[in-house]
Design a protein around this ligand. Structure first.
Ligand SMILES: Cc1cc2nc3c(=O)[nH]c(=O)nc-3n(C[C@H](O)[C@H](O)[C@H](O)COP(=O)(O)O)c2cc1C
Length: 185
């Protein structure tokens, strides 16, 4: 199968290194994120790049134990938006979250190209983190992208160690891709 190498390579890896990520690499990753398309070119994403130890600690303190592995990361990107920052069209077409997703995938794929792991997580205490960083209440902290060089697997629990080497798991193509006739599955 000939897919873009970065799409093929990207996985939700958890074995991370604490090694710092150079500024030019971070710059390319964030540029990639902002090159994504958005409705009416509204660019509704707000990225807070966190790489200072003291600031990273504020995030770590608000992560559940299940995301213990993420605490090693030297770079976390807080991704926020609110519906009013983007097109809000009929039939519930609020595009802010959609456009944030496009930008985050660009970010992730560029990070993979740079030899990094880029793992989005939803497991954190959003209200506390928003407060700690002065992100307004009316913004949603959609995701945190944990970025790091690949690291030592010895700190992973057995479930995550297995997952690190598992096959990609996906629904069958028939459940999600239809040709010409929509099906409710
Ligand atoms: C929005 C979102 C939230 C996620 N939250 C977490 C999380 O909190 N902790 C975690 O270990 N993985 C998290 N993941 C990773 C997914 O579990 C992973 O992408 C999925 O199992 C598919 O595996 P793959 O990315 O290796 O194909 C999240 C992924 C996404 C897109």
């Amino acid at each position: 199968m000939e897919l873009l190498a970065e799409i093929e390579k990207r996985r939700a890896k958890r074995a991370l290194s604490e090694k710092k990520i150079p500024a030019d690499v971070v710059d390319r990753i964030m540029t990639a994120a902002t090159y994504a398309p958005s409705c009416f070119n509204n660019q509704p994403y707000r990225f807070l790049v966190v790489d200072q130890e003291q600031e990273l600690e504020k995030i770590r303190l608000n992560m559940p134990d299940a995301n213990y592995w993420a605490k090693k990361s030297p770079l976390m990107v807080l991704v926020a938006t609110k519906p009013e920052l983007d097109c809000q069209l009929d039939d519930k077409r609020d595009y802010a979250f959609f456009d944030v997703g496009l930008a985050v995938e660009n970010m992730i794929l560029q990070a993979v190209k740079e030899g990094l792991v880029a793992h989005p997580i939803a497991g954190y205490r959003p209200v506390s983190i928003k407060k700690a960083f002065g992100i307004p209440d009316d913004h949603t902290l959609v995701v945190i992208v944990v970025i790091a060089y690949p690291g030592d697997e010895s700190s992973l629990n057995s479930k995550h160690l297995t997952s690190e080497h598992s096959e990609r798991s996906r629904k069958s193509r028939e459940e999600v891709v239809f040709f010409n006739t929509f099906r409710v599955v």
